[in-house]
Ligand binder design. Structure first.
Ligand code: ZN
Ligand code: ZN
Length: 231
């Protein structure tokens, strides 16, 4: 019972990437600065934007033509090394440490933003059969770190995946939309609330968009879509 905290005191924590000893944070300042932060991105879909000197483009051409159902999207990173490997480890190799590291890095950025934070955090749910097979939900693991650090409640069972879907990574953009259509329900706790949906990666955005539609149907008034990284 006492051994773990004692061990922590004697053995300093180390940077997740370079193993430099450090206290109270998972990543050292040098590694943190070298990560592929998604600093200039479309506010509707989080697609990285090429910033043109002197101009501020807030929304990409795709979103100007077809606005996504969520009010805003945000990811901490672009889907590039070394973030890519961390997400693959988390998603397919049962390694949960990256969820804590990535969630903590996301939280540190979100904590400094000027806009108010959401009142509820809703990780993209897995279907119960897949959750049983995998043993954990990677989005839920990331959400735990965010919820704790930002004090945003994450009530269990707010969203459900009501039918099994194929793994999105196997599918084309059009098939991804069909694959998740009608797959989610969100319970009335979201009514009248400002919420954030959370996934590990935004690729085409189909999964978060479909969950956003379900949240809107449940009465959520302001919907943000968050992820660790944007492909
Ligand atoms: Zn480091
Ligand atoms: Zn966009």
């Amino acid at each position: 019972m006492f051994l773990k905290p004692l061990f922590r005191l004697l053995a300093p924590e180390r940077c997740h990437w370079c193993r430099t000893p450090l206290h109270g944070r998972p990543v050292c300042a040098a590694c943190e600065a070298s990560l592929p932060w998604n600093t200039s991105a479309c506010r509707a879909c989080a697609q990285p934007l090429i910033s043109v000197a002197g101009t501020t483009v807030a929304v990409c051409t795709n979103c100007l033509n077809h606005a996504p159902p969520q009010d805003r999207s945000w990811t901490a990173f672009r889907y590039e090394a070394p973030v890519t490997q961390q997400i693959l480890n988390l998603k397919f190799h049962g390694r949960l440490a990256p969820a804590h590291v990535l969630g903590t890095l996301m939280a540190s950025k979100l904590a400094t933003r000027p806009q108010p934070l959401p009142e509820l955090l809703i990780p993209v749910p897995l279907h119960s059969a897949r959750l049983r097979r995998r043993g954990y939900n990677q989005a839920m693991e990331i959400a735990r770190a965010l919820s704790r650090r930002l004090s945003i409640p994450m009530p269990a069972g707010t969203a459900e995946r009501i039918r099994p879907t194929r793994e999105q990574t196997e599918l084309s953009a059009v098939d991804r939309r069909h694959n998740v259509k009608g797959a989610f329900t969100v319970n009335p706790i979201a009514r009248g609330r400002h919420i954030a949906l959370l996934d590990d990666v935004i690729t085409t955005g189909a999964t978060l968009a479909e969950l956003a539609r379900a949240a809107r149907k449940a009465g959520a008034v302001h919907i943000e879509a968050w992820a660790v990284a944007r492909a």
